[in-house]
Design a protein around this ligand. Structure first.
Ligand SMILES: NC(=O)c1ccc[n+]([C@@H]2O[C@H](COP(=O)([O-])OP(=O)(O)OC[C@H]3O[C@@H](n4cnc5c(N)ncnc54)[C@H](OP(=O)(O)O)[C@@H]3O)[C@@H](O)[C@H]2O)c1
Length: 305
């Protein structure tokens, strides 16, 4: 049971559906909707109140790709939260390799840097008390079905992980799925590292699995969008992907079911849907503690204050 949670990217897709499902759980008293766009946040809050019949949602303004906004959001939080869902993310917009003022690519900022800073700030302020869940992806261990290779690093040193943060590892690629997998891989490593640092809090990386009905492909190029959305439709018909409710259910499970162990990355055992399994059994680099710490130390090069 959790009394309060903060969900980033809560106005659409998996974030909003997780907010709906969590609102139906016994004992929940407050759900903070972490959103960057106030108008979208207001509409989502109204919809959630209507479908759940509950008046427990509060908007927290946060642009996860901007560290100043992240810090301001933590300050604005009046009381600690028991749970955190680091859900905002995706392909990083049309200029996904462009640098933010914090020195990392847009796609890195929204998927990882902002969440690492958010977690740090919450912990420093003693505003996170029980569980943190990161929205991982099977892309972190490669997905043959989607043509995504397993991340292959040469040394897994702090410098090499920094090249993922800055985007230099990816040349001038026009394909956001190229940096996406390595960033989600690095996020799972970071989660395992902080899980060892803070043993009193459960840190779970959970992939929602391939989930239809979200807005995740909307910022890809029109051609890529067409291909990906078409592929998802076919895959839903043949049972290779699942609906929004199923993807969000994985987050709720990870948050509430304490048999999911801290520091572990869970995702589909096979492919992109179906039973959940421990991903280090498929890709042993995920359990390498040196890689985990190097990933965390690379992230900290960019979180200055
Ligand atoms: N769908 C899948 O199949 C799948 C599979 C594996 C992993 N995931 C992961 O699951 C998470 C959610 O994906 P989704 O498919 O539900 O995506 P989505 O429908 O595109 O929703 C993304 C949410 O994140 C918000 N967001 C984006 N950039 C933000 C920023 N800078 N600051 C604050 N909020 C921001 C969006 O807000 P705006 O409306 O303002 O843009 C939106 O509310 C992502 O981390 C994704 O990588 C998804």
């Amino acid at each position: 049971m959790l009394k309060s949670i903060l969900i980033t990217g809560a106005n659409a897709g998996l974030g909003k559906e997780s907010a709906r499902q969590m609102a139906m759980q016994t004992g929940i008293e407050k759900i903070y909707l972490g959103c960057r766009n106030e108008e979208k946040a207001r509409i989502a809050k109204q919809e959630l109140e209507q479908v759940t019949g509950k008046d427990i949602f509060e908007i927290i303004k946060i642009d996860i790709s901007d560290l100043d906004s992240v810090r301001a959001a933590v300050k604005s939080l009046k009381e600690p939260v028991e749970g955190l869902v680091m859900n905002a993310g995706g392909t990083g917009g049309k200029k996904f390799l462009e640098k933010t003022k914090d020195g990392v690519t847009q796609i890195f900022a929204v998927n990882l840097l902002g969440h690492a800073a958010l977690t740090n700030e919450l912990l420093k302020a003693k505003k996170l008390t029980k569980v943190a869940l990161y929205a991982g992806s099977e892309a972190a261990r490669g997905v043959k079905e989607m043509g995504m290779k397993r991340p292959e690093l040469r040394t897994s040193s702090v410098d090499e992980f920094s090249s993922i943060c800055e985007g230099t590892l990816f040349g001038n690629t026009k394909d956001a799925t190229v940096p996406y997998g390595p960033i989600k891989y690095m996020a799972a490593l970071w989660m395992s590292s902080i899980a060892r640092e803070y043993p009193d809090i459960r840190f779970i990386t959970m992939s929602p699995g391939a989930t239809t009905g979200t807005e995740g492909f909307n910022t890809l190029s029109p051609v890529k969008q067409y291909v990906m959305k078409g592929m998802m439709k076919v895959m839903l018909m043949i049972g290779k992907v699942h609906k929004l409710e199923v993807g969000a259910q994985r987050f709720v499970e990870g948050l509430l079911n304490e048999s999911y162990q801290s520091g572990v990355f869970y995702a589909s055992k096979k492919g992109l849907t179906g039973a959940i399994g421990i991903q280090s059994e498929l890709f042993s680099d995920l359990s390498n503690e040196q890689f985990q710490d190097n990933a965390k130390n690379a992230i900290h090069r960019f979180i200055k204050a």
